[in-house]
Design a protein around this ligand. Structure first.
Ligand code: NAD
Ligand code: LMR
Length: 382
C-alpha cells in the first residue's frame, strides 16, 4: 500500500515537471520563452508550474478553430509551458464545441493539460490568465463593422463583468469580435477591478496587412519591412501609416531605407495603400463569403506573443489600447497606437511628429470611435 502511494507520488511529480517538446513547435516560434520563469514578470504567480489558463470565446467558430489548436501546440507560450484551454460558446453551439474538444483530444498535444469546454460564462472565465474574446456575430456582406454594435455590445458587457468577477487579477485581454475597439471599451468599463492596461483590441491583422502591401509594392520579402503602423479604429477609418517604417536591404544588401522614399510614390501611399488596408476585411468577405479567419488567428498570436514576450529592440507594433492622452487622443478611448512591449506591458511610442495629413486621419478615426462608443453605451443603458 505504502509503496503504491510512493509510486503515485513519484508519478505525479513526474507529471508536474515541465517537459521539453521542442519538436512539437514549428520553426519560427522556437524563440519563445521556454519556462514559466520567463513569465515571472508577466504572471508573478506562475511559479508553481501550473498550466496557463487561456480562454477562447466563440470557440465553435472559425477564428477560434485556428487559435485553439495553435495555443495547444505551444505557439503562444512556447514549448515548455502547459496550457489549459477554456472554450466558451453559446448553448446552440454545444455540439460543435464538443466536436472541437474531441479533435483537441485526438491531437494528443503534450502541452495541453486540460480543456474546459462550456456554455457557462462563470465556468469559462474562472481563473483565466489570458482572455481571447473572439465570440461575436460576424459582419456579413454589405454590413459596416459598426452595424454589429447593437448585436454585440451586450455580449461584451456580460463578459467584462465576468472578467471582473472570475478571472485572474492579472488577466490580459484582447478583443477580436467586432466592432473590436468599442467592444473592448465596453468590457473594460465593466471590469473596474482589472487594470485598464490589461485590455486591448486587435489591430494586428491590419498591421500585418499594411506590412504585406508595402513589401509587395517594393518587391521585397515581407520581413524586410518593419514598423508600418495602424492608428485608430479597426474599421474603414483606420489610418495605416508608413512614416515610421523602414525596409532592410533596400535598394541593396546592408542598406536600411525609410519606406516613404523607398516607395517614392506619394499618390499610392496616400491613396490606394490606405484604402486597400482599410477595405481588406470587406474584400476577404466578398471573396470568401466569410470573414477572415486564419489571418485573424495568426494576428491574435502575434499580438499576444509580442505583449507577453516583448517586442525586439527597434520593432514597433500596433495595438488598440486605452489611450493615456497621447497624441491628443482622449484618455480611455480604445485606440490603435504604435507601441513597444516589454515585461508584459505595452508602451505607446512617444514624440512622433504628425504632419497635417496624418493629424486629419487620426482625428477622423477618433471621431468614429467616439460616435461608436456613445451609441454603444446608449444601447447598454436601455
Ligand atoms: P464565427 O461566426 O465563425 O464564430 C463566432 C462564434 O462566436 C460562433 O460560434 C458563435 O456562436 C459565437 N458566439 C456568439 N455569441 C457568443 C457569446 N455571447 N459567447 C461566446 N461565443 C459566442 O465568426 P469568426 O469568423 O470566428 O469571427 C468572430 C468575430 O471576429 C467576428 O465578430 C468578426 O467580425 C471578428 N473579426 C475580427 C477581426 C479583427 O481583426 N479584429 C478579424 C476577423 C474577424
Ligand atoms: C477583418 O478585418 O477581416 C474583420 O474585421 C472582418 C471584417 O468585418 O472586416
Amino acid at each position: 500500500m505504502e509503496s503504491s502511494q510512493r509510486r503515485l507520488n513519484t508519478l505525479s511529480r513526474h507529471l508536474e515537471s515541465a517537459p521539453t517538446y521542442a519538436s512539437e513547435v514549428r520553426p519560427g516560434h522556437t524563440e519563445c520563452p521556454v519556462t514559466h520563469h520567463d513569465y515571472k514578470n508577466v504572471y508573478p504567480r506562475l511559479l508553481d508550474n501550473r498550466p496557463v489558463r487561456v480562454l477562447v470565446t466563440g470557440a465553435a467558430g472559425n477564428i477560434a478553430y485556428a487559435i485553439a489548436f495553435a495555443v495547444a501546440r505551444g505557439e503562444l507560450f512556447g514549448p515548455q509551458v502547459r496550457v489549459a484551454l477554456h472554450l466558451l460558446d453559446i448553448a446552440p453551439m454545444a455540439d460543435a464545441l464538443k466536436g472541437v474538444t474531441m479533435e483537441l483530444d485526438d491531437c494528443a498535444f503534450p502541452l495541453l493539460a486540460e480543456v474546459v469546454a462550456t456554455t457557462d460564462v462563470k465556468t469559462a472565465f474562472t481563473n483565466v490568465d489570458v482572455a481571447l474574446l473572439v465570440g461575436a456575430f460576424p459582419r456579413q456582406k454589405g454590413m459596416e463593422r459598426k452595424d454589429l454594435l447593437k448585436k454585440n455590445c451586450a455580449i461584451f458587457e456580460e463578459q467584462g463583468k465576468a472578467l471582473d468577477q472570475y478571472a485572474s487579477r492579472d488577466v490580459k485581454v484582447v478583443v477580436v469580435g467586432n466592432p473590436a475597439n468599442t467592444n473592448a471599451a465596453i468590457a473594460m468599463a465593466n471590469a473596474p477591478s482589472i487594470p485598464k492596461k490589461n485590455f486591448s483590441a486587435l489591430t494586428r491583422l491590419d498591421h500585418n496587412r499594411a506590412q504585406s502591401q508595402v513589401a509587395k509594392r517594393l518587391g521585397v520579402p515581407v520581413q524586410n519591412v518593419q514598423n508600418v503602423v495602424i492608428w485608430g479604429n479597426h474599421s474603414s477609418t483606420q489610418y495605416p501609416d508608413v512614416n515610421l517604417a523602414y525596409v532592410e536591404d533596400f535598394p541593396a544588401k546592408g542598406i536600411k531605407t525609410p519606406v516613404r522614399p523607398a516607395l517614392n510614390d506619394e499618390k499610392w501611399v496616400q491613396g490606394e495603400f490606405i484604402s486597400t488596408v482599410q477595405q481588406r476585411g470587406a474584400a476577404v468577405i466578398q471573396a470568401r463569403k466569410l470573414s477572415s479567419a486564419a489571418s485573424a488567428a495568426n494576428a491574435v498570436l502575434n499580438h499576444m506573443q509580442d505583449w507577453l514576450q516583448g517586442t525586439p529592440s527597434g520593432k514597433i507594433v500596433s495595438m488598440a489600447v486605452a489611450s493615456d492622452g497621447s497624441y491628443g487622443i482622449p484618455a480611455d478611448v480604445m485606440y490603435s497606437f504604435p507601441v513597444t512591449c516589454a515585461s508584459g506591458d505595452w508602451k505607446i511610442v512617444q514624440g512622433l511628429k504628425l504632419d497635417e495629413f496624418s493629424r486629419k486621419k487620426l482625428d477622423a478615426t477618433l471621431q468614429e470611435l467616439q460616435e461608436e462608443k456613445t451609441e454603444a453605451f446608449s444601447f447598454l443603458k436601455k
